[in-house]
Structures are given as C-alpha cells and as structure tokens.
Write a protein that binds this ligand. Structure first.
Ligand SMILES: Cc1cc2nc3c(=O)[nH]c(=O)nc-3n(C[C@H](O)[C@H](O)[C@H](O)COP(=O)(O)OP(=O)(O)OC[C@H]3O[C@@H](n4cnc5c(N)ncnc54)[C@H](O)[C@@H]3O)c2cc1C
Length: 513
C-alpha cells in the first residue's frame, strides 16, 4: 500500500488518498483493526458487510442475537463505496449543470464561461460519501454489539467459518457476499485497462472521450452524467434498445434524453476486439452491416453483475450455486443447506439496495425465529436515475402476456399535466396496469424527473391492495406531477360509466330538473 496515494484494503483500491477517502476508510476498514476473539457459538455468522449483511447483522444483534460480521474489503459494500452513493452524487452534479446549461429556456441568463468542474464534482462526491459512511462504520457496529471481523470468510465445516486464521462457530450463517462487475470475453478488453464501477469513481480527470459498453441502468446513468460534464460519450449496446428490461416507451424517452445530452448511441453493436495504443483505446465493432472502429481515452464496462461465489467453500457445506445467477435459495431465502441463508445481490435477480435490505429482514425472521417470511411476497420497485428517471414496479405488458394475465393499461402523458408543463419536463408519462375487469394494480412505469419519488404511491397501493379507482378519491395538491396518478384513477372510474349506468344517471337528472 502506498499511503500517499491510495488505500488497498485487500481488494478495492481507494483513490485519491485524500482527507475524504481517508475518513471513508477509517470508517469502513480502519487501519490496525484488531479482529475480536471469537465468542463461542454465534447465533448468526454473516459473510459480507454490504447492505444485506449490515442489515442482517444490526437487526439480529438488536434483537439480542450474538452476531459475527465478516468483510474482506470495505463495509458498506457496493452501495456506499462504488455504487448508489457515489453515482447518485455525480448524477446530482450533472443535473445541476444541465439546469444551468438549459436555464435560457426558463428566461434565466447564464453568464458566459459557466461550466462543470469535474475535479470539484468528484471532490464533492468523496466528501459526501465519507460523511455517509459513518453509518456503516466498523466502530458503530462494534458498539451495537456486532463482532466485526476483517478478512475473507470461508466455510470450513458444517458449522464453521474461517476468517483471518480464526474459526467462528455458528448456529446459522448468512451469505451476503454481493456481486461485482461482470466481464465480457472480448479480445483485448481486459488488457485495455477498462474501467468498471470499482474504478470509475476514482477518476481524477474527465476523460475527453469515453466509451460505455452496456446501456443498462449503470451505463445509462453514467453515460448521461459524463456527457453532461463535457466528455464525448459513445454507448455501445448489443440490444436494440437501451434499458432492455424496461417498458419500450420508457426506454425511448431515455434514448431521446441521452441524445439530447450529446451521447452517441450505437444500438445492436457487436464488439469484436479492443486494442490499446498508449493512452488510446480502439474498439472494433459491427453495427448493422457496417464494421467500425471507435477511438476513446477510457472505456467503462457496465454489462451486468456477477455473483461473488468464489472462495467461500460453498462445496464444503453443500450450498448449491450457479456462477452466473449466484447462490440458489428457496422462497424463505434458505440455501440448499438449511442452516445457511443468503440475501442480496448474491442470490437476488433484482439487484438493488432496498431489495437487499428487505431480504435481510426476511433472513432475520426465518433464520432466528423459525419464521415463514417469503421473498416472493416482496414488491420490489426499481429506478434508473437518468434525467428523466424511469421508475417501475410489478408486471409490464410483456410479462403479463407471458403469464396469461389480462391487463388493462392507463396512460397519462406529462405534456397534459400542468406542473410538468410549467417545469418544462413534459417528455414522460405515468402508465398503470390493472387486472382486466378490476382496478387491482399489477404494475406501473413512471418516466419523469422525479419518477422514483412518484412511484412509491403506486408501490404502496400495490402492497396494500388499494385499487386505482380509490386513488382517484385522494386529493393530490395542484400543481404536482404526482397528480397524474390521481388522474389515472379518474380515467379508470370513467370506464365504469357503462351506457346502462349513464342511462340511469340521465333519467335521474331529467326527473330531478
Ligand atoms: C454503479 C452502481 C450504482 C448502483 N445504484 C443503485 C441505486 O441507485 N439504487 C439501488 O437500489 N441499487 C443500486 N446499485 C445496486 C446496489 O449497489 C446493490 O444492489 C447492493 O449494494 C447489494 O448489496 P449486497 O449487500 O447484496 O452486496 P454488496 O454491496 O456487493 O456487498 C457484499 C460485500 O461482501 C463482501 N464479500 C464478498 N465476498 C466476501 C468474503 N468471502 N468474505 C468477506 N466478505 C466478502 C464484499 O467485499 C462486499 O463488501 C448500484 C450498483 C452499482 C454498481
């Protein structure tokens, strides 16, 4: 470790080694940390201190269980260190700049020379991340009664895990080892020194030309941010649309937004090879019938996540896994070894912090208290934090068709919503799917600047069986973009005005005139 430039806590490199990153590391992998002496048999031994592991450990310890938490790199996992937290900080700066850039549309004069300063953006991110990291710190967990061990955890026997040369005994164990950036088997890519989410947040200077491989949520969010900061960004995506898992209408809005920010989008791109010549990386790819070469200064690979299943000794304890999809669990989040549970990205298809959090709560109930909580009962919303955001929950049209479920869809475009018009944010919509013949909400997609905030109303309705018709009876303040949701309630209720009902109303009104 070169203490003047970086901290390498057996894995992740934290750079630059400034006061903020020093504060971060002091919290989440303090130098000189002494692992405690193992305390007999633990109720729970948790491997991995990302969101899933932290929530499991703190929740179980809070209930009085004796808990050991093992982390080989940085507590807080991806979300705090190289995921949600740094990325959302960058996106906020990118949005601030876009607001300044576009202020002329709102009658605001922008002084010449206004620009985003990438080093200042990154410094802000590091400062905020360090501030937030206190909540995930080793010291805080220790004070809350959790035995925190740094080192790689590995099962060595039916009720034992080894870490740092010590053996911990458990009644139940939880695998919460998360996932890492998936790699693409493309010739020359690994040798080119491409960035992933583990290294991109350590950049000190804005790369003038950036290629982003993959137009999933991470690729789209960072492509838009880097383009706004002034990089020439090209996104190479093999699929015919960005955000392939999302509603195609929603994806088209994001494509328009990315193009408006100057991102070059190459859909249907098949990358053949990458070559590095000094500081320049050349990507050879085919798109349609054309063969092209793209020269850039940096490449960011964002093609999905690979579960951290290696080196855990899973075979020793009979825990089945798949190298692509992770540890196999049942609906109670039990692995194929009934004493061992899993939670978070290591086993979940929907890899989100809030999902890890709620899976951890299920594990606490089921592992410690013979609970019967089911993972399939969770309604998991998801948000891509581009500008505008895409937020979605439940089924979409394609999934419903596959399952033979009849859907009726209600759409409110934002160009008919006063607040969106006044905000100049009209390219978006709220789409709600109900079970045909009822107002039971089965899914929704919102595309709006703050879609993530708007979606919670619909997720709440789904979780508590509140139908779309009932939402029409909830007063939403005027003018708000969320009022679009209430208007869909009205739209649903209008469908109940059948010709027969209308005839009865007309007769009554004639009679009472
Ligand atoms: C760029 C990016 C942006 C994201 N943005 C969002 C967002 O905005 N919202 C959202 O909900 N989600 C977001 N995510 C996803 C989110 O970060 C993950 O879903 C979440 O971190 C998963 O938590 P986890 O605890 O399952 O795994 P992780 O956070 O990956 O934690 C697992 C931990 O286990 C440790 N570990 C692994 N193996 C061992 C071992 N053998 N011994 C000891 N420790 C081990 C790892 O070092 C790691 O600290 C983002 C992800 C990325 C990459």
């Amino acid at each position: 470790m070169d203490a003047t430039t970086s901290a390498d806590r057996s894995g992740l490199i934290v750079e630059p080694w400034d006061a903020h990153n020093r504060a971060l590391v002091d919290h989440v992998h303090p130098a000189g940390w002494q692992n405690p002496r193992p305390a007999g048999r633990y109720h729970l031994v948790v491997i991995g201190a990302g969101t899933a592991g932290l929530v499991t450990a703190i929740g179980a310890a809070g209930l009085g269980a004796k808990v050991a938490l093992i982390e080989r790199e940085l507590m807080g996992g991806d979300c705090l260190n190289v995921g949600c937290v740094p990325s959302k900080s960058l996106l906020r700066s990118a949005r601030a700049w876009a607001d300044v850039r576009d202020a002329g549309r709102f009658g605001v004069e922008v002084p010449p020379g206004a620009r985003a300063s990438f080093p200042a953006v990154m410094e802000r991110m590091r400062r905020l991340r360090a501030g937030i990291s206190g909540a995930d710190s080793a010291e805080r967990y220790r004070k809350l009664g959790v035995d925190v061990f740094f080192g790689a955890g590995r099962f060595t026997g039916p009720d034992t895990v080894e870490v740092g040369g010590q053996t911990l005994r458990f009644r139940k164990a939880v695998i919460a080892t998360g996932a890492r950036a998936a790699v693409l088997p493309i010739r020359g890519l690994a040798e080119s020194g491409a960035l992933t989410n583990e290294t991109v947040f350590s950049l000190a200077a804005l790369p003038p030309r950036l290629a982003v491989i993959g137009a999933g949520p991470i690729g789209c969010e960072l492509a838009q941010a880097f383009a706004r900061f002034g990089a020439e960004v090209t996104v190479l995506e093999v699929a015919p649309q960005v955000l392939i898992r999302e509603d195609p209408d929603a994806a088209r809005v994001i494509e328009r937004a990315l193009l408006a920010d100057g991102v070059r989008l190459v859909l249907g791109a098949r990358i053949q090879m990458v070559e590095r010549n000094g500081a320049i990386r050349s990507i050879r790819f085919e798109a349609g019938s054309e063969s092209r070469t793209l020269e850039v200064d940096e490449i960011l690979v964002a093609v999905g996540r690979a579960p951290n299943v290696e080196g855990l000794g899973l075979e020793t304890v009979g825990v089945a896994y798949d190298p692509q999809t992770g540890v196999k669990v049942d609906d109670r989040l039990r692995t194929t070894n009934p004493r061992i549970f899993a939670a978070g990205d290591i086993c979940a298809e929907l890899k989100f912090t809030h999902h890890s959090d709620f899976q951890a709560r299920i594990v606490i109930q089921n592992a410690l208290f013979l609970g019967r909580a089911r993972a399939s009962a969770l309604i998991v919303p998801r948000v891509t934090y581009t500008d505008p955001e895409i937020a979605a929950v439940g089924l979409d049209e394609a999934q419903a068709e596959k399952r033979g479920i009849g859907l009726t869809t209600f759409v409110q475009k934002l160009d008919e919503v006063d607040r969106a018009v006044l905000d100049g944010e009209t390219d978006g919509f709220v789409k709600v799917h109900v079970r045909t013949g009822s107002d039971t909400i089965l899914g929704a997609t919102v595309v709006a600047r703050h879609a993530g905030e708007m979606l919670s109303e619909l997720t709440m309705a789904m979780a508590h069986g509140i139908g779309l018709g009932k939402i029409a009876r909830v007063i939403h303040p005027y003018p708000t973009q969320a009022d679009a949701i209430r208007r869909l309630g009205d739209a649903y209720n209008r469908t109940r005005l059948t010709p027969a009902v209308k005839r009865v109303f007309a007769a009554w009104l004639r009679w009472t005139r």
